[in-house]
Design a binder for this molecule. Structure first.
Ligand code: SAM
Length: 349
């Protein structure tokens, strides 16, 4: 190659720019996509058991077609540094891949998948969606990935529930948007006299929760139902209602009415515990908020002051806001349904 060709190619600065983009954006993007696919299809999990050749992996994945394609994809995983290969057998190559393959890091694996499958597309498609007037819908999300990734905040939500859950007395709990059902399980473990109705709008999510509840031996105490909270009525009234990570599934203008309806499902003196990421937190939650702004059914992450005011407008009393995660805008909101005044007169019958 002539030196003048190199000088010409470099003159506009495009080659250094391309190299810098490749280092800072492109390679990490490739790696993230590779890892998500490898996790989703169980390749990392297979390799965490031990090295595997292409045929063994193809059999495990149910791939009957061209195995050379699988090899080409795996070899790129090796180039990205996420896998290693020797004597035709692949194994996990990075500490990150090893950590993501561990079952106890499942919520982190799901969070990475959420970023790649949902956050990246909304950033990519936002201007086009504005031009065409199209919106995202619930079917653009995979409820099972979201239910898994939401578990990252599980210890903080458990602590919030421990603060409000009465013990040693019978408690009737309603969990709205129950996801995998883990928070109902936690509440049931804290109070053996608790019984619950756990609902989720998405049928597949409710199905997984029902199977989990049965596996945990809680089917006698916890009923799981596919339902929209807006259409739920209750004669008995609940002592406690929990809503974790789902207020942004409702339009901002709809939230006061929704909260009023939720309050109507409580017994007098009953409590609502609502937890949510609020505006102004980490970048990932901000992009999540953008996703819901572009959805045809949801709204932005709430501002904490505004949501507390909406709870008060909905008739909740003693509304208390608490930041659950240090340095993050992740909050709990607790409010009570007013108890009748002790001096209140019974209406004449
Ligand atoms: C982000 S997930 C959170 C799941 C679970 N609460 C958690 O924190 O792991 C929100 C859930 O709320 C459910 N949801 C949304 N709108 C609902 C509605 N109107 N009634 C009942 N559930 C709803 C969704 O189907 C979804 O499973």
């Amino acid at each position: 190659m002539k030196f003048s060709t190199l000088t010409k190619a470099n003159a506009a600065g495009s080659i250094p720019l391309l190299l810098s983009l490749a280092r800072s954006f492109v390679t990490p993007l490739y790696r993230a996509n590779f890892l998500v696919a490898a996790l989703d299809k169980g390749v990392l999990q297979q390799l965490s058991v031990g090295p595997r050749d292409v045929d063994t992996l193809a059999d495990a994945l149910g791939i009957t077609g061209d195995r050379q394609l699988l090899r080409a994809w795996l070899d790129l995983g090796v180039r990205f540094g996420e896998l290693k290969v020797s004597n035709g057998r692949y194994r996990l190559g990075s500490r990150r891949a090893k950590a993501l393959a561990r079952p106890r890091n499942d919520s982190v694996a799901a969070a990475l998948e959420e970023v790649v499958r949902f956050h990246v597309p909304v950033l990519l498609n936002a201007p086009a969606m504005m031009q065409s007037g199209t919106r995202l819908s619930m079917s653009d999300q995979d409820g099972s990935i979201i239910a898994r990734s939401s578990r990252i905040v599980e210890p903080f939500l458990e602590e919030a529930a421990e603060r409000v859950l009465p013990r040693n007395v019978p408690v009737r709990l309603l969990e709205i948007g129950c996801g995998s059902g883990v928070y109902v399980r936690h509440a049931a473990s804290l109070n053996p006299q608790l019984t619950a109705l756990a609902i989720d709008y998405q049928a597949d999510v409710a199905g997984v929760a029902a199977a989990n509840v049965a596996d945990w031996g809680l089917a006698q105490r916890v009923e799981v139902r596919q339902a929209d909270v807006r259409e739920l009525t209750s004669v008995e009234g609940f002592d406690l209602i929990t809503m974790h990570n789902n207020i942004y599934y409702f339009d901002k203008q709809e939230r006061t009415d929704l909260l009023e309806h939720v309050r109507s499902l409580l017994k007098p003196g009953g409590q609502l515990l609502l937890t949510t990421a609020c505006k102004g937190g980490n970048l990932s939650t901000e992009v999540l908020g953008l996703w819901f702004e572009f959805a045809d059914f949801g709204g932005p992450l709430p501002d904490s002051g505004e949501l507390a005011a909406q709870m008060q407008d909905a008739g909740f009393v003693e509304v208390e806001v608490r930041r659950l995660i240090p340095g993050e805008q992740f909050c709990s909101f607790v409010g009570s349904s007013p108890s009748p005044h002790p001096d209140a007169q019974e209406p004449p019958s």
